[in-house]
Design a protein. Structure first.
Lengths: 131, 131, 131, 131, 131, 131
């Protein structure tokens, strides 16, 4: 159980229900995942977080599946089990293929490796990268 | 100066020169950035790292600019200054626009926020995400 | 089971029992949580860690509940499941309300977001912050 | 220079100026720090980030200085140099004393230590913490 | 179940079997742990990762048990549950004693603490360390 | 300048001087690096941190150079610039060769890569690792 509990749709206040409805409409789905039900104990954070996610994850200069893969890259780097599970599902729903997932993982792994080689070897930033 | 020093092309052994040449050819450029010059003190690591990066970053199921943006997402999450500078340059060279960069940053920021809300609220993984 | 096993009070050596007794007295409780039972296989680390925690977490310029919330902020940022669970309990025992927890989480989330925006955008430190 | 440049007040569009004005009014200050000037190249992210920060950092169940110290705890754990510098300044402006800063640092350090002892020893979460 | 499934030896393609065989021969064992079975859905990543691990973890200037303890230090710092479990087992197989494990954990904990004290206090790098 | 300033030997109180003297004696050196001079504004933290470091880093089941390399592994994973610089120097003073440094870096890099492959692929812990 999440720290402040988990609020189901049927038990939600009107302001929480309004957010839940918008999540389901925006995502074209009929259920709410645990993340939002855990945040719902704090309706202000629920609304602000959802409004931000909705704005940021909408297709723009980057398409939806690219955004979900970036989300997954951050979540895997951070070792967030919940976020890896939920954004793997979201990326697949947005169209990520198994081949894309495999390449995504390879890039994430490599970046985490060279991030530490760069810091560990105390590599200085090249002048060309500063301009 | 990097921990084991920095090896310039003119001072490099034949095996290091071969890697430098392949980097310049593959990337269609005429210079080597500090990361590789720092690794060159250990030719085995230099070669293995380059061969892995070359294989992983080649366009496949994901295109080159998407891969560079994922690299940047990991590097920004990890606070690796060198990697942020070098992969911002690489992503731009691969075609990333300012608008794409801005959306990339917004996704990275949001993912880092919700990663901690999910862990901090002790949200359990939904059954639907486990299958 | 923890890597080196878990030592119950009844099975503990006198030196471990002395630490357990001090933990229970200091915290005004009648049980020992798994963290200490796992460390007890190394009595030197058990004692040093407890003495440090006891010194650091005692009320001083900051009160107990503020210190527990800071502990929780670090633990949530680091994705340490055990630490989030144990310090959420400790913070509540020290008086943290649900409203304070919710605001704490909001600050943690936001800080993790802007930490990556600052690094990702390669923002330079303002002169005014250096003095 | 930040990746997308840094926008000074005199060069800002009306929508950016409006955010800058609100930052200065809310914080009772006459300048804008580099973070916001770097985000200003993306007015949507500038506004959303500022509105979130403004809402979250306003005194509520937690007072302003406690919130700034939590922000600093996250930033120090994440090794974000910019954020450490800016939020140390902000916490001091909000009233943090040197003694409070020193205790804050001690708690941050200890939490980072025990986070790794807990994970490294593979400590299981106590049943009592799950309810 | 891992994201792309888990491939058992009996169901593996010849190229995957060849990697599995090399893992078992190199490690002098008769089973394959889940990590490799999860990667096997992407035979290119499976092979590259195994070849790199095999090359890097072979005794050289550092012996096998030292390398495994370093692996464990990174994994505990990163809160990677799977990696902590698997490399604790690997380090023990390579000869790590309980006393060595306990000292390893103490060093990991302390390093994580002072890493944050150094960043949090904004300590400047000494001139002597730069040469 | 560090946040609370930096205390030189000549300006130190007797209790701070006692710690400085012990550091120089223990390490067989004639100078104090910036980390301790920054902590010295809080003599309680200075003493506790030094006593812990002194106890933990003394040769025991692990020798001094192995402990310094583990310290460096954690510091490189965490991107702590100060700690990488100071512990590279310390490890070299304790006897780390360039070849050992290079292998250390290779292990750190690989561990950071596979940590994210394990989490990203959602690999379950093998039963054999749980006993």
């Amino acid at each position: 159980m999440a720290t402040l509990g988990s609020i189901e749709y049927r038990d939600a206040s009107p302001e929480v229900k309004a957010v839940y409805d918008d999540i389901m409409t925006t995502r074209n789905t009929d259920w709410i995942n645990n993340f939002w039900k855990a945040l719902a104990s704090d309706p202000v954070t629920l609304r602000r977080t959802w409004e931000s996610v909705k704005q940021i994850m909408a297709p723009g200069a980057l398409d939806a599946v690219t955004k979900e893969m970036i989300y997954l890259a951050v979540s895997a780097s951070n070792q967030c089990g919940y976020c890896i599970a939920s954004h793997t599902a979201a990326a697949r729903k947005a169209g990520m293929t198994d081949a894309q997932f495999a390449e995504l993982m390879a890039v994430i792994g490599m970046a985490n490796e060279t991030n530490r080689l760069a810091s560990g070897y105390q590599v200085e930033i090249d002048e060309r990268f500063r301009t």
